[in-house]
Design a protein around this ligand. Sequence first.
Ligand code: DGP
Length: 125
Amino acid sequence: MGYVYDSENIFAKILRGEIPNNTVLETEHSLAFRDLYPQAPVHVLVIPKGPYVCYDHFAQEASEAEIVDFTRTVGKICTMEGVQAGDGPGWRLISNSGEHGVQEVPHLHVHVLGGRVLGRMLQPA
Ligand code: DGP
């Protein structure tokens, strides 16, 4: 039981510099880069540098420094991309986790989506 991290996943390869990415922001513990298949005008992925499979893994086992860095990075991306909800148009955070969440890449990532009205949150399965 527990979380088993596959170090050959595509985001691990991005973190090791083995494949290129379009970086928006890099911090001590996090990396933000553009999704290869954007589903909105703003579609940035934010990942921790540590080996966490999914959001619940990170929430349970990451250090406070990693969690703070990750959360602040999401906030910075919102203002950098001009989608912040405070004085801007708003946006959506998605983190697909596991089988029912239809997670494709088994390294925690959150999708920062915006730049258009995004519609209702869930589609029928
Ligand atoms: P998810 O279904 O939540 O696991 O989403 C994975 C996302 O990762 C999907 O939106 C496409 C994106 N993606 C897959 N491979 C690559 C890649 O090599 N580079 C980048 N930038 N994004 C990728």
